[in-house]
Design a protein around this ligand. Structure first.
Ligand code: UDX
Ligand code: UDX
Length: 433
């Protein structure tokens, strides 16, 4: 069932705000997206999309008549039935979420004199909604509603995740505010979870924590596989077929990155600590992930000895494929460690330009990055890497070592191509036996 058209103001034209705004426009609503960055807004007005997200440019283009961009708060709020908050909430030095951009939005709201609902899309600590409610009340905006409607969109598939969600979560203080936010999603099929605001906030943090726990778990299983002669790819397949476990988020690799997991794990850890609880499991998940990013360096040492003056090619820079996002990308830690050890680092990525990676030479193709290298490391599992002619690449390398940080390639085929292949959690003895 489609929803009656509403007017939606979205604050924040980042990965989440643009997808949210474009999808609501696609559902038939009139949407104004507001951002503080003049350059970003002007580019959007010209039809240029500042981020790489599959399907987003097409969706924005298809809904131009209902979707506008502005830097003006007044213009965004004019007639709005919903005010979505989708500004960033990066970690502070202590690991707590920095909510200054959220407070800025709330404090900049004009004295609205008609029904309107503020909806929190940004990931915030549990308890934030209650504080916002108090702040709105203190400003005499008691008639303005408040709801928490967290996002579960993964970069690279964000448009699909928004329009075909596993669930829509809506937490509200007043029943009718929750009803209105649910109605706004009319046209989207999916289970709806209605709850209080604090629980909605916790669902977001807990969902991410559960996914991160699975990744650190399979990474530790991978490390034990390496030590004992098993292959984690087969192990993940074998456990993932158990319906109680399921197959997703069991890909061992060089650790999770991105704009959400690292930040949200720290925020949940701090939230627990600030409330007097030591979240032991989450601490371990974070620590395992940090160590995992560095294990590739140990693998390179075992093949090459000292890394001083060795040339290492990093293939893939983005924190995962199908995005240009470099926030908390494992490639940043790897490049930093390699440069610190005196290695000569070249990198390739199909969408990240790598300009900010000081000291790293950017190559136009994987083949150019690998030529003359002592080792190649697959950092991001871009599909392009599966069609590379690895035998030709091996022939151009100084030493043909391939560390597959994402278990993207077939070990036997790589060895037949003349490469010394090492994945994550794939013991060589298994193949030799
Ligand atoms: C989002 C969420 O908001 C964050 O809480 C969630 O955990 C991850 O995703 P994201 O869209 O990825 O953030 O962030 P980003 O791409 O940095 O976009 C934020 C936008 O808000 C930027 O365009 C920034 O200019 C804008 N902004 C920031 C404002 O408009 N006002 C501010 O005060 C601060
Ligand atoms: C995540 C959540 O999935 C999404 O619901 C939330 O709204 C935002 O955070 P995102 O960070 O975009 O989305 O990507 P995701 O696909 O979850 O991957 C996160 C990280 O985990 C990546 O670095 C990825 O490489 C890694 N990962 C994922 C693994 O190492 N193994 C896996 O099996 C899955």
């Amino acid at each position: 069932m489609s929803a009656p058209p509403s007017r939606v103001a979205v604050f924040g034209a980042g990965y989440v705000g643009l997808v949210t705004g474009a999808c609501f426009a696609d559902l038939g609503h009139t949407v104004v997206i507001r951002d503080v960055l003049t350059d970003r807004v002007e580019a959007l007005q010209r039809g240029e999309i500042p981020i790489y997200e599959p399907g987003l440019a097409e969706l924005i283009e298809a809904n131009r008549e209902r979707l506008t961009f502005t830097t003006s708060v007044a213009e965004a709020i004019e007639g709005a039935d919903f005010v979505y908050v989708a500004v960033g909430t990066p970690p502070t030095y202590s690991g707590d979420a920095d909510l200054s951009a959220v407070w800025m939005v709330i404090d900049e709201l004009p004295a609205i004199d008609r029904p309107c609902i503020v909806v929190m899309k940004s990931t915030v600590p549990v308890g934030t909604g209650l504080k916002v409610r108090h702040r709105l009340d203190a400003r005499g905006l008691t008639h303005v509603g408040y709801a928490s409607n967290p996002e579960f969109t993964a970069e690279g598939t964000a448009v699909k995740d928004f329009l075909h969600p596993d669930r829509i979560v809506v937490g509200a203080f007043r029943e009718d505010d929750g009803d209105a936010v649910v109605a706004l999603h009319g046209g989207i099929e999916g289970p709806v979870v209605r709850c209080d605001v604090a629980s909605a906030e916790m669902i977001k943090l807990a969902a991410n924590a559960a996914l991160m726990t699975r990744i650190s778990f399979i990474n530790e299983i991978a490390n034990v596989c390496e030590a004992t002669g098993a292959d984690v790819v087969r192990v993940a397949e074998g456990i993932g077929l158990d319906r109680r476990i399921g197959p997703s988020f069991l890909r061992a690799g060089i650790g999770f990155g991105g704009s959400c997991f690292p930040k949200d794990s720290l925020a949940l850890k701090q939230l627990a600590a600030n409330s007097g609880y030591h979240f032991q499991l989450l601490n371990a998940v974070i620590e395992v992930n940090e160590l995992q990013k560095r294990r590739v360096i140990g693998k390179l040492h075992s093949h090459l000895g000292s890394l001083r003056d060795k040339r290492v090619a990093l293939l893939g820079l983005a924190f995962k494929p199908h995005t240009d996002d470099m926030r908390e990308a494992p490639s940043l830690v790897l490049a930093g460690r390699l440069l610190a050890e005196g290695a000569d680092v070249r990198a390739w990525d199909p969408v990240v330009d790598g300009r900010d990676l000081h000291g790293v030479e950017i190559a136009a193709t994987p083949e150019v990055a690998a030529a003359g290298a002592d080792a190649v490391v697959i950092v991001t599992e871009w599909p392009e890497l599966t069609t590379v002619d690895w035998a030709s690449v091996a022939a151009t390398m100084r030493t043909p070592v391939l560390i597959d940080g994402r278990n993207l390639l077939d070990p036997a085929r790589m060895e037949a191509s003349g490469l010394r292949y090492e994945g994550i959690g794939r013991a060589a003895e298994v193949r030799e036996g």
